[in-house]
Write a protein that binds this ligand. Structure first.
Ligand code: FES
Length: 118
């Protein structure tokens, strides 16, 4: 189920796969490279028809630096909420690719990640 967020936009997009299908279902490390593997036209939020490219534009051109800001700019993640995890991963990857240090703490009051907490 972990790959659901990545596989759903690939299935909805109707575009031919750009990777070998077996790579989409292989164990971690052998499967897709994550959201980076999604094309810009892949629909990430089907509730509001928001593509990966629109999310990337909100981060780069819209000045959105957090998931709540991207939600406000694009409406992605404001419907059923099933895309929020993928949305967060894309926002984080885009910010990191731009050289921004991303705070992965659970909240502004707790600087540790969920993994560190466990
Ligand atoms: S798929 Fe994004 S809010 Fe429902």
């Amino acid at each position: 189920t972990e790959s659901y967020g990545l596989l759903r936009p690939l299935a909805i997009g109707g575009e031919p796969l750009r990777t070998a299908p077996e790579q989409l279902v292989l164990p971690a490390g052998l499967g897709p490279a994550g959201p980076v593997a999604l094309p810009d036209e892949a629909v990430v939020c089907s509730c509001h028809n928001v593509s990966k490219g629109q999310i990337r534009a909100a981060v780069h051109d819209g000045g959105c630096a957090t998931v709540p800001e991207v939600k406000k700019c694009t409406k992605a993640g404001t419907g059923c909420g099933s895309c929020v995890k993928l949305l967060g991963t894309i926002v984080t990857e885009e910010l990191q690719a731009s050289g921004v240090t991303v705070d992965k703490g659970l909240c502004e009051h707790f600087a540790h990640t969920r993994t560190e907490l466990y």
